[in-house]
Design a protein. Structure first.
Ligand code: AMP
Length: 308
């Protein structure tokens, strides 16, 4: 088993979907990644920052999921990163209503000594210079560095983002962001162009339409599980990233074949995330329901066909 180092926001979110609205609830990219990866029982740590307003019970909840939280800095007198968003009726697209960086604006990440040799580094969504600084603190080059980002950083810190993209092995990004980053409409062309920026593997997430994994000339597709009810898609992308890296950390195998399995685990876990508001569903997942749904996934995608 490899150690998994996670960096990303630990946040307050306020979410509006066609089904309801929340006040400030627990969110953040690293929160979702950590909860998702914890289902693989890997050793993981989160590097992040919160303000004095962040409830201790949330940190305790992460710790209860066996996540090392010693590198989540608590800034006295500071306010936690806040994001609010509103989903459109299709639930595949959303508008960001507000992003308050707060303590994230001056964050200097410190990687814990015990994780400077982590095999897998998951650079979750936050300022690209923070992602870069985490990579630079590694004393042993990770076997795999995975980057997730979003349009906010393309709009506000593109040069820094390109610097970190150059240094990673895998990028996970959604379809619209892949188009924005590459300037290409076709996702196949977009992935090819993004691969020339650095990452050998490109994962393009398409919400309820599944995810594509690109490597050289190979392409693998995993559907999203068709769900009767999608309640809140927030964090699905991060949950996907946590499942992807959690599986790779557990199996210590970064071959393309194993990455296909990682994409299936990732989609499987993301399907739970969207069933309730925020992190609620991910906090209470059990082994059996994960395995049962994996079986459903298998049945959904497996077929025999005669080639004549
Ligand atoms: P996802 O739905 O997977 O894109 O992730 C949603 C999570 O990303 C929310 O919990 C937010 O707190 C967090 N988030 C939103 N905007 C940003 C941003 N600009 N940087 C880092 N994290 C963000």
């Amino acid at each position: 088993m490899s150690k998994l180092l996670i960096v990303g926001t630990v946040a307050f979110d306020a979410i509006e979907t066609p089904f309801g609205k929340t006040d400030k609830i627990l969110g953040g990219a690293a929160t979702y990644i950590g909860l998702s990866a914890s289902t693989f029982k890997v050793d993981s740590a989160i590097v992040s920052v919160v303000g004095e307003d962040f409830p201790q019970e949330y940190l305790q909840m992460l710790e209860d999921h066996n996540i090392d939280i010693s590198a989540i800095e608590v800034v006295q007198g500071g306010k936690t990163f806040f994001w609010s968003g509103r989903y459109h009726n299709d639930l595949n697209s959303r508008d960001t209503l507000e992003t308050q960086l707060n303590v994230l604006a001056d964050f200097q990440p410190v990687v814990p000594d015990a994780y400077k040799d982590a095999g897998i580094v998951m650079l979750g969504n936050l300022h690209p210079l923070v992602q870069l600084s985490v990579l630079e603190q590694m004393t042993t080059a990770p076997k795999l560095a995975v980057l997730d980002t979003m349009n906010f950083w393309m709009d506000n810190a593109l040069d820094d983002l390109l610097k970190v993209i150059e240094k990673v092995d895998v990028i996970t990004i959604n379809d619209e962001e892949a188009r924005q980053l590459s300037g290409e409409h076709s996702l196949v062309r977009a992935a090819r162009k993004i691969a020339t920026m650095g990452p050998r593997y490109v994962v393009i997430k398409k919400g309820e339409h599944g995810a594509l994994l690109f490597h050289d000339e190979q392409i693998f597709f995993a559907p999203a599980l068709p769900l009767e009810e999608v309640f809140d898609p927030t964090g699905a992308g991060d949950t996907f990233a946590g499942g992807f890296t959690g599986h790779l950390a557990k199996t210590e195998n970064i071959s393309f074949e194993n990455m296909k399995k990682a994409v299936i685990h990732a989609s499987n876990l993301a399907s739970f995330c969207v069933e309730k508001f925020g992190t609620e569903r991910m906090q209470k997942l059990d082994k059996k329901e994960i395995a049962d749904r994996l079986q459903e996934f298998k049945e959904l995608t497996q077929f025999e066909i005669e080639l004549t």
